[in-house]
Write a protein that binds this ligand. Structure first.
Ligand code: AMP
Ligand code: MG
Length: 351
């Protein structure tokens, strides 16, 4: 049959095509958008059959994320750097509305992690050269300066918030939300997507992600990066609404005399935390998972189980500096190794 032909069947086919077109029936499909923010690649993946709604949602959350990035920036001129200046001068500083819940959540999570997640150590992070757009210098800072900032013990409990006015009992407090902001921003973006009627999505900020719903008729499959070398170490199927965040020593670092100095600082010593190369945590909300992955990284081989218990975590996967993988039993049940051969691993229960 040539088409369009003049037989009754040809006319019926033509009418059906016109009807479908008029209804604008769209196939559900994957929509993706990537951009650079928070010093990393942000990837938005939506599964939807409504192109218009999808485009609008992506535009809105892109704007939201840009605003958060600008308001919470730790070294560009921002409401956060202005607040830090006030605290350093012993003055009250104004907390913008977007930062109040982030600050409150950070105080609670810092307490829950015994202060190992400590966003008050901005001065130490700056001293190590990890608050700059360029690559950090390739020598560790002066030991005496590290010692001074460590013994000054800046901590979140030094802060007092009254309405939108923040004061610090310790002028050495300098806020840096680098260990929680990506997770918290992802939470807010997912909330916005839901409000816009999108229920199947992943928002991934450099391996820090939250997934909702499904990818069509199958679950979203999410990857954990190989901390040493290319590719994916392992993958996991997301269950409905879940966040998976990884802290790794490969994100920002320099090497000096054969040793790696990275951006996750142990507030107890003032030096980069030792023992692990990556820590992955799955938890319902991304902000908690973000703070927790940093806290466990800092806790190190001796203390991570106690901190995990305190923070109410269940799903944890750790790669140590020898490449050995340790997982909690709940995590081990869900992990599929993607490297060949699979790494050596052990399964360790929490206390
Ligand atoms: P993450 O990749 O989530 O582990 O966060 C690392 C970032 O958080 C660093 O680049 C610093 O800005 C900041 N940071 C480093 N060490 C700590 C710490 N012990 N507690 C809170 N934030 C930290
Ligand atoms: Mg973190």
């Amino acid at each position: 049959m040539t088409f369009p032909d003049k037989t009754p069947r040809g006319w019926i086919l033509l009418l059906m095509l016109l009807f479908l077109n008029a209804c604008d029936i769209q196939q559900a499909q994957l929509h993706q958008q990537q951009f650079l923010l928070f010093g990393t690649l942000v990837d938005i993946s939506l599964w939807s059959d409504d192109k218009q709604k999808t485009e609008n949602a992506i535009a809105q959350i892109t704007t939201d994320l840009e605003k958060m990035h600008n308001e919470w920036h730790a070294w560009h001129d921002s409401p956060l750097t202005r607040l830090n200046k006030a605290l350093a001068a012993g003055q009250p500083g104004t907390v913008p509305p977007s930062m109040i819940p982030l600050l409150q959540k950070s105080i609670a999570l810092s307490n829950a992690s015994d202060g190992l997640f400590n966003p008050a150590i901005g001065r130490l992070i700056n001293l190590w050269g990890f608050q700059q757009d360029d690559a950090p210098s390739n020598t560790p800072p002066d030991a005496a300066r590290i010692q001074d900032l460590t013994t000054a013990q800046p901590k979140m409990q030094d802060l007092v918030l009254a309405h939108d006015q923040l004061t610090s009992r310790n002028p050495n407090v300098q806020l840096d939300f680098g260990a929680i902001a990506k997770g918290y921003a992802v939470d807010l973006a997912i909330e916005k997507l839901r409000a816009l009627g999108i229920h199947n999505a992943i928002i991934n900020a450099g391996g820090n992600l939250r997934a909702i719903g499904k990818h069509g008729d199958r679950p979203w499959r999410i990857g954990i990066r190989n901390p040493r070398g290319p590719g994916v170490l392992a993958s996991i199927e997301a269950r409905g609404d879940e966040s998976m965040l990884t802290s790794g020593d490969y994100e920002r670092f320099f090497e000096y005399q054969g040793k790696r100095y990275h951006h996750i600082i142990d507030p107890r010593t003032g030096y980069p935390a030792r023992g692990f190369t990556s820590v992955t945590v799955i938890y319902p909300d991304a902000a908690t998972a973000d703070a927790a992955s940093t806290a466990l990284f800092v806790a190190g081989p001796q203390h991570w189980r106690d901190i995990a218990k305190k923070m109410g975590l269940q799903y944890i996967m750790i790669v140590d500096d020898k490449g050995h993988v340790t997982m909690t039993p709940a995590m081990a049940e869900r992990v599929r190794f993607e490297l060949n051969p699979a790494p050596n691993f052990s399964i360790v229960a929490l206390p």
